[in-house]
Each structure stands twice: as C-alpha cells, then as structure tokens.
Design a protein around this ligand. Sequence first.
Ligand SMILES: Cc1cc2nc3c(=O)[nH]c(=O)nc-3n(C[C@H](O)[C@H](O)[C@H](O)COP(=O)(O)O)c2cc1C
Length: 257
Amino acid sequence: MDAVAQMLAHRSIRSYRPDPVPEKLLEEILNAATRASTSGNMQTYSIIVTRDAARRRALHAMHYEQEMILEAPLLLTFVADWRRMSRWCRLSEAEPGYDNFLSFLVAFADALIAAQNAALAAETRGLGICYMGTTICATEKLIEFFELPTGVFPATTLVLGYPDEEPELRDRLPLASIVHEERFVDLDDAGIRETYRERETEGWKRYQDFPELAERMRESGVRNLAQVYTTLKYTKEGNEAISAEILAMLKRQGFLG
Ligand SMILES: Cc1cc2nc3c(=O)[nH]c(=O)nc-3n(C[C@H](O)[C@H](O)[C@H](O)COP(=O)(O)O)c2cc1C
C-alpha cells in the first residue's frame, strides 16, 4: 500500500496476538519515528520501549486498566525531552532557556509527530497500533515509573503488536465541516446538527454494544451521544482534576518557571 492508502485504511487495534515484534522491525519503526519533522532539528523527545511483562502489568494499572496493554508485546512511550539538549548546551557553555511553557509545547508537538511516524511505519509493516490518551491522565505515576528527570514529560503512548481483530473503519466528520477556506467559518446551529447527524445515531448504537457502557448510560439517564461525552466519558470535573495534576507536574518537571 502507498502511504496515503495506508492512512485511509487506518483503524485503531485493541486486540492483539502475543507474537513478539522482531527487533529489526522495531528498529525500522524507531528510525522512521526519528525521521519525522522536528522543531529546529532539535529532536526534543525520547522514546521509551517497554517489553517486560511485569512492567507492562504496572503500566496497565496506570493506563486505566486498558486490556490491550497486557495483550500487546510492546509499548512505546513518547516523552517531551529538553534534558538531553539542555545538558549539551551547558557542556558547551551555552545557557539553555527551555524551562518554560513554550519549550514544553515545542517538545510535546515533536513527540506527537514522531509518534505518528512510528504509528504509520508500524501499520505499513502489518502491525496494529493504538494510542493511549491515558498517558496525560497519569503523568505523576508515569514520571515516577520511568524515573523522568527535570525537563522530561510524558506525551503519548503507542501500543504495538500483531492485530487479533479487523475492526470496521470508524466514521469521520464530513470534510466540509473540518476544512475552512481562507477564514474560519463558525457553523450555524443547523450546520452543527448536520455535521454530527450521522454520528449521533451510529455512535449511540456503537456505545450500546459495550455492555458496561450501555449499563452506565441507562443508569445515568443520558439521552443522546453528546451527553455520553459530557457526563460519562469526558466530564468537566474529571478534566479539571487532571488539568490540575498536569499543571502541578509541569511545575515539578521545570516547565513553568
Ligand atoms: C491522542 C489519542 C489518544 C487516544 N487514546 C485512546 C485510549 O486511551 N484508548 C483507546 O482505546 N483508544 C484511544 N485512542 C484511539 C481513538 O479512540 C481512535 O483513534 C478514534 O476512536 C478513531 O478510531 P480509529 O483510530 O480506529 O479511526 C486515542 C487516539 C489518540 C489520537
């Protein structure tokens, strides 16, 4: 498959065979990750490989017990990393000015871009991947677990392995609601309704297929998909609590002055 066909065929994989990923293949994927565009060619990120079963069990707990972490043979944790660059600067009598929020954003973006290169390389070679958004919800635990020093911060995690499922392609919002010509166009209410029309029915149906979620939906009395998002999946209270932890950890890791 060419690169675009591969992107168009992407689906996240959540069920894996236990077969290990050959070392040569992993090296190729890691090389592809580091060929990604990177701000100032500074490569302000690092990639932590986890294979060890006991350590994967520990990560499983930190990542809200997502089963695929136990099944897949490999996890790649991408971290924003100014430490390596800052130490090089100091060794060269150059004073680094990277203990600030801008630098954090630069490194975080670098880490995500490298992760997406790794994801595409892995998929091109027949592996499955799934991102773990829980990485930024467990920053304190991950910082301790990986012994991340000042200047280093968790960005994202990829689960990698041979797929044990062939899920359907997931829907996307209509291109016209995503792409704007020259200026941002704020849709009117009818446009917003139209944008989410298919998802409202398909997404609702899909969530009903997950027994645990369907039960929670019944118990909480949610009436539509948007309410699933705001009251069950991504709540204001949850988001605020995690935001507070991230801010505290950014301070501890030296990115907020
Ligand atoms: C930053 C990020 C974090 C994600 N975190 C999770 C996660 O924690 N668990 C999960 O099952 N899927 C996770 N996903 C996968 C998304 O749910 C998935 O990409 C989306 O539902 C679209 O499905 P598709 O990738 O199969 O097209 C994440 C994706 C991204 C980009």
